[in-house]
Design a protein around this ligand. Structure first.
Ligand code: GDD
Ligand code: GTP
Length: 418
């Protein structure tokens, strides 16, 4: 029997994802029609041996309650949200809830960072982990990155033959290795002993004033770095699609890839062309309750949420339209996220700049560009409308971020409207 733990962080995390995470915890932001971590849950639920999924974070429990209930109903698997009383770090939470994780004696448990997306090869990782001749305390899913981008991640040096991890450095200042940590692991329950040793050795520190009451333990620095080179950690390398979801721009990128993945297993989620239906180009998700005028043209890579209303002649491409939003006739939406309950007038144009990985560089990942550049100017990015935003008819909104509850009165370009 196996379990899975998904690390979803808490309210102070995911700040680069604002304003999209202002109204909903970032892990619940919809990508390709599903809350971001539902994709993790779906991947876990498809591994027959996984019997329970534990979401670990420090969001107030009521923010996750409905979601957890929906997930139990949808996947018929045990799912619980366990709330940390403070940010305990990527290993601290796992240690704090070790009894819940160990109950029922799982042979191993997966750990997935909630802020990554991808075509998770969980069964393959499991097969690799269990086939090792010497037992692995932790097996990391790794992937290749460019030399330049690798230093933004945990970097792994492996023994090419045995796949043992010889050396691990978290976000090194100079180049260490092209092989990076994807934030997806499978652990033996023996790992609790390791984390326990760290926890116990720090008791004096935790109770002193310098610690400021934080008891966090990091999986990367406190566990992976010291056990590298001891023969107890392994890496499983994949070349499947994988990315972080850190900035709002990465939501559009993740949306496109999850829609593409639906071809493999969830074809029924993709919209199809037909009489009295809107024209669909490429991969498009339309929630069954949304109303889309048959003269609208959607795609590629568009998601339309619950009860959204898309008017006549509307053109949408590479965008996420969230629930209860209305886009009136003949407007055009490109590389944009439109927040919940927003209204976009007629003949209006919303347009952003794609933040895709460099297509000319093999293994390039998305750059997590900050909102502002060194001169304090907004970096070109997707356009984002927060929730309950009103955009009038016949305006142009380009590379702009409009915070929730704003009513625009004119066109904007390269601006944040506060
Ligand atoms: N429950 C809980 N409690 N979750 C946490 C906490 C915590 O105290 N701190 C972080 N997390 C969650 C975050 O929400 C996120 O999903 C994940 O753990 C990773 O946390 P970060 O601290 O943001 O690390 P990172 O994303 O910069 O880097 C990690 O992931 C990379 C891959 O995406 C590292 O593991 C890197 O080595 C790795 O390359
Ligand atoms: P590529 O196909 O990538 O070369 O782009 P493009 O030159 O066709 O146009 P762009 O990326 O600017 O726009 C994407 C799609 O949106 C185009 O296929 C157009 O059909 C449509 N589009 C662009 N601007 C408007 C507009 O102002 N109104 C409407 N209704 N559709 C538009």
């Amino acid at each position: 029997m196996l379990k899975a733990v998904i690390l979803i962080g808490g309210p102070q995390k995911g700040t680069r994802f604002r304003p999209l995470s202002l109204d909903v915890p970032k892990p619940l932001f919809p990508v390709a029609g599903l809350p971001m971590v539902q994709h993790h849950i779906e991947a876990c639920a498809s591994v027959p041996d996984i019997r329970e999924i534990l979401l670990l974070g420090y969001f107030p429990a009521q923010q996750l309650q409905q979601f957890v209930a929906d997930m139990i109903a949808a996947y018929k698997i045990r799912i619980r949200y366990l709330q940390e009383y403070q940010a305990l770090g990527t290993a601290g939470g796992i240690y704090h809830f070790r009894d819940q994780i160990s109950s029922g004696n799982p042979d191993a448990f997966f750990v997935l960072n909630g802020d990554v997306c991808g075509d998770f090869p969980l069964q393959e990782i499991l097969n690799f982990h269990t086939s090792l001749s010497t037992p692995s305390l932790i097996t990391i899913m790794g992937t290749e990155a460019t030399r330049q981008q690798s230093t933004m991640y945990g970097c792994i040096v492996e023994d090419k033959e045995t796949h043992q991890i010889l050396h691990y450095v978290e976000k090194p200042s100079t180049f260490v290795s092209n092989l990076i940590n994807c934030g997806v692991y499978i652990c033996s329950p023996d790992i609790f002993k390791r984390v326990g040793e760290i926890f116990n050795s720090r008791q004096d520190f935790y109770s002193c004033e310098d610690s400021e009451g934080t008891e966090s333990i990091q999986l990367e620095q406190d566990i992976l770095m010291p056990i590298a080179g001891t023969g107890q950690a392994y890496v499983y390398t994949t070349d499947r699609w994988w990315s972080q979801i850190k900035t709002a721009g990465s939501a559009i990128y993740a949306n496109r890839h999850y829609l593409q993945l639906y071809h493999k297993t969830k074809n029924e989620r993709l919209a199809v062309n037909g009489p009295d239906k809107p024209t669909i180009i490429g991969d498009v998700y339309i929630h069954p309750t949304a109303t889309v005028d048959p003269s609208a043209l959607l795609g590629p890579n568009v998601s339309v949420g619950k009860n959204a209303v898309i008017g006549a002649g509307v053109r949408i491409r590479e965008s996420i339209i969230l629930g209860n939003t209305t886009i009136q006739e003949h407007s055009c939406v490109l590389y944009t996220v439109v927040g919940w309950n927003s209204t976009v007038g007629a003949w209006t144009r919303l347009e952003g700049t794609p933040c895709d990985p460099n297509p000319n560089k093999p293994f390039a990942k998305m750059d997590n560009v900050p909102l502002f550049n060194a001169e304090g100017k907004l970096n070109p990015s997707i356009t984002i409308l927060g929730n309950d935003v009103k955009v009038p008819s016949e305006v142009v909104v380009i590379n702009s971020i409009i915070l929730p509850y704003k009513e625009l009165s004119a066109s904007t370009k390269n601006e944040i409207i506060l």
